[in-house]
Write a protein that binds this ligand. Structure first.
Ligand SMILES: [Zn+2]
Length: 409
């Protein structure tokens, strides 16, 4: 097992790197295993630095992809919050840009066609790009043409050369995961028509830091973008941020509207750049304060759970996703502290959480076993899950929502 320490910024190449957050050695967040598998688990440093050159926050090292587990067992369409949000986005873009039969909407990391299928319904030609074989096949079966490939500069150029340049490119929650980020953005630049727009959604650094979303740090999540850092990245490839919105997805994301250089930038872009500068996102102190507040949260959550258990309460957790693995491992909450974790994904049920070895059960077990408290690891879907678990709560169960500050609900 190897861990390649990064010595230069993956975006601008600067070697002036400042520490930002250190979560210690952690198991791979999606390395679920069977309850009988007691072989030693691999652990790798999980830490972030900030490039003092372009201010991009990123992982301090990379694990070769072949050592990583397949994280593509997540079908986007499973989340109802996501489906509604994507339908609205497709409608809005189709109307605003008057998309018709001679246009093409390309989505990078198109998953099961959860977004493009809405364009298909509106009569707009689409092309998905999705490297996971099984998910790409599923998308094609549901009527969304999909290439089984990674998106690169080479593919972007090929699309343009073969008359498939895009009027609209979507890239949702993917730009944070691609280590070769200059190649990726060069591909967008190549594939985008002169008047086209690329709509990129990515978790927002300011929400990550200020809402203490430290548990969204994991070994596949390479970049944590501010508008400042992403502007510098896209400008390197002849692109500009034309507009920006903040959306609630994944604990707070940026929706960037990227066009070829020469297109005007909205006032919102300028305002957000100024706001980031005022908040100090380009200073070391901003991240020192973040690390301190993450430690405070660790103390508060572990003290609370220890006290509840000492009083005889039973405690479970909800959400066997990557961020759950990170929070439990970093806080040292193992199977002695948390009785079980529930998750709706049948692929995870029957396995144990990496590192902390807490068994994963079906979501229905919450109502059946009625633990007194349930730590909500999937806090980004808090409203949806609290509503689904109304009966558990009505029967006396209480959720502990850990992020951004502890609340009992
Ligand atoms: Zn840099």
């Amino acid at each position: 097992m190897t861990f390649d320490v990064v010595k230069q910024c993956r975006s601008c190449g600067s070697s002036d790197l400042a520490p930002a957050l250190d979560l210690g050695d952690q198991p791979l967040a999606n390395a679920y295993r069977g309850p009988d598998d007691v072989s030693k688990e691999a652990r790798y440093p999980l830490a972030l630095f900030r490039c003092r050159g372009c201010s991009l926050v990123q992982l301090t090292g990379t694990i070769p992809p072949k050592q990583m587990f397949d994280t593509y067992n997540y079908f986007s369409s499973n989340s109802s919050t996501m489906v509604d949000s994507m339908r609205l986005l497709a409608k809005r873009l189709t109307a605003q840009r008057k998309l018709a039969a001679d246009d093409l909407v390309v989505e990078i990391a198109s998953n099961d066609g959860y977004l493009l299928k809405h364009y298909v319904e509106l009569g707009v030609p689409v092309l998905g790009v999705e490297p996971a074989q099984n998910i790409a096949a599923f998308a094609r079966q549901s009527g969304v043409p999909t290439l089984t490939e990674y998106f690169t500069q080479r593919l972007g150029s090929e699309l343009a050369d073969s008359g498939r340049a895009a009027s609209v490119i979507h890239a949702n929650n993917v730009m944070a995961h691609v280590p070769e980020i200059n190649d990726f953005v060069a591909g967008i630049s190549a594939a985008l028509r002169p008047d086209g727009v690329a709509i990129v959604e990515t978790p927002y650094l300011v929400r990550f830091v200020e809402d203490r979303e430290f548990d969204t740090t994991y070994h596949e999540h390479v970049f944590y973008y501010s508008l400042t850092a992403v502007s510098s990245l896209v400008e390197r490839h002849g692109l500009t941020i034309a507009d920006v919105e903040q959306i609630p997805l994944h604990g707070g994301s940026l929706r960037l509207f990227i066009q070829h250089a020469g297109h005007p930038s909205s006032e919102r872009v300028q305002k957000l750049l100024e706001a980031e500068s005022e908040r100090g996102v380009t200073t070391d102190a901003y991240y020192a304060d973040f690390a301190k507040r993450v430690n405070e949260l660790k103390t508060e959550v572990t003290d609370l759970i220890r006290r509840l258990r000492a009083e005889g309460a039973t405690v479970a957790a909800y959400g066997a996703a990557a961020k759950g693995t990170v929070l439990l491992n970093h806080f040292g909450l193992d199977h002695h502290m948390i009785d079980f974790v529930v998750d709706r994904s049948v692929h995870k049920q029957g396995l144990v959480m990496p590192g902390v070895r807490i068994p994963i059960l079906a979501a229905e077990e919450l109502e059946r076993r009625r633990p007194d408290y349930t730590l909500l690891l999937a806090w980004n879907f808090a409203d949806e899950i609290l509503e689904q678990q109304e009966r558990y709560r009505a029967a006396g169960g209480t959720f502990i929502v850990p992020v951004p500050t502890i609340s009992l609900r």
